[in-house]
Design a protein around this ligand. Structure first.
Ligand code: ADP
Ligand code: MG
Length: 393
């Protein structure tokens, strides 16, 4: 059964009758530009074909009833009762979107929602933004908010979803994931400037040059990754204070040596060096993509991984082993992607070598006694929105 059909089935089981429609939003994989979003830097994610579906029907009252295939049952919650830490379980992500919409002044009401997804959860592919985006897209259409019609509305909805994640789910993430879920274009990477929210769509088709983007879900999740994420943000804020600037984006690649000399703290030097060089690598990656220079893109992936491993210190053994294994299998480049401390890595590999690269990673993982990795060959999918449901589905 497809995830869309599963959302419909789940809806009929839990709520009876038919939903008013189905909405969807994709997971994403970031090509390059890690931990730059909350520093006002550049990022370059693609939306995935994998997505989260929401079958939704409005209610006459203000109750929010949620169900999700494969997830524990959750208690209904009144709109007015949604607050930081409430609900406490997975429902805080979609409930948070309704909260953030109401807080932004949009009139929303109670809903029955059944979710189903083929985005791996907790794999660094942003299942959280996918569920937020699907909820947000549905609310926009059903409550007549008109936020899906153009990029300006979609940018507002992405910001609402980020507020839900930050304030109700309690995850201090930047805005990349929600932008990828709602503002992407199929067959393009989303070149997002987090200093002003502006986007450019960069053609991303790997089949022409005979390449593929292999995503390796390491299945590793290290404890305290959320705490480490917060610690990195705090380091960046401290560095800004010392430099007397509002955001690390103000440090250009040319200014970097001077800025580093003024920090006088080895850890902050490493953090700032990663953030500034990473934003520069995003700029270069876009140039490489526009020039069909995939060898250069691969080199940038390799440099990016080294920077995250050595300077930002967000990699882990599973990610390093995955990256090394695909490079040994002949990949043009590879890097960890997402927040770090587990989750996924990506490799830019020849299409004919995908199976061999997977085998190389599997063997390396088995030798280390790691969990069996999972793989996705990623293509650039379209943004979230209303799902066309086939007749009779
Ligand atoms: P990632 O976004 O990388 O997958 P996160 O930790 O940010 O990982 O988000 C994962 C959390 O989001 C899950 O633990 C769950 O609470 C929620 N979530 C994501 N997808 C779903 C879904 N389809 N149904 C219910 N909850 C989901
Ligand atoms: Mg997430």
């Amino acid at each position: 059964m497809t995830a869309m059909a599963q959302a419909l089935a789940e809806f009929r089981t839990h709520f009876g009758g038919e939903p008013e429609g189905v909405w969807e939003a994709p997971g994403r994989v970031n090509l390059i530009g890690e931990h730059t979003d909350y520093n006002g830097g550049l990022v370059l994610p693609i939306a995935l074909p994998q997505r989260t579906y929401a079958a939704v029907r409005r209610r006459r009252d203000d109750l929010v009833q949620l169900a999700s295939a494969g997830m524990p049952l959750t208690k209904p919650v009144h709109l007015a009762d949604i607050a930081p830490g409430q609900p406490a379980d997975w429902a805080r992500y979609p409930a948070g979107v309704l909260w953030a919409l109401a807080e932004a002044g949009y009139a929303v009401g109670g809903v029955d929602v059944a979710f189903a997804s083929d985005v791996p959860v907790g794999a660094g592919l942003s299942s959280s933004a996918a569920i937020e985006g699907a909820m947000g897209a549905a609310a926009s259409d059903l409550f007549g908010l008109g936020l899906l019609a153009g990029d300006a509305g979609r940018a507002k909805l992405a910001a609402v979803c980020q507020r839900a994640e930050n304030h109700i789910a309690g995850a201090p993430t930047g805005g990349m994931d929600q932008a990828a879920a709602l503002r992407s274009q199929a067959e393009h990477a989303l070149y997002l400037d987090c200093s002003d929210g502006s986007v450019t769509h960069v053609p991303f088709r790997l089949s022409g040059p005979g390449l593929a983007l292999l995503v390796i879900d390491t299945r590793a999740e290290h404890s305290n990754s959320a705490g480490e994420y917060g610690a990195r943000r705090a380091d960046c804020e401290r560095a800004c204070e010392r430099l007397g600037i509002a955001s690390l984006r103000e440090v250009s690649a040319a200014d970097l040596p001077t800025a580093l000399a003024r920090l006088g703290d080895e850890r902050l030097v490493k953090r700032v060096r990663h953030v500034v060089t990473e934003t520069e690598r995003v700029r270069l990656a876009v140039q490489a993509l526009n020039a069909d220079d995939f060898a250069e893109l691969g080199r940038l992936f390799i440099d990016s991984h080294a920077s995250m491993r050595d300077d930002y210190e967000i990699s882990c053994e599973e990610l390093d082993v995955a990256v090394l294994a695909v490079l040994e299998a002949g990949a043009l480049g590879a890097r960890m992607t997402g927040g770090g401390f587990g989750g996924s890595a990506i490799g830019l590999v020849y299409a004919g070598a995908v199976a061999a690269a997977q085998e190389c990673v599997r063997t390396a993982f088995a030798a280390k006694g790691f969990a069996e990795p999972a793989f996705i060959v990623a293509e650039a999918g379209g943004p979230g929105g209303r799902t066309r449901v086939p007749r009779g589905a």
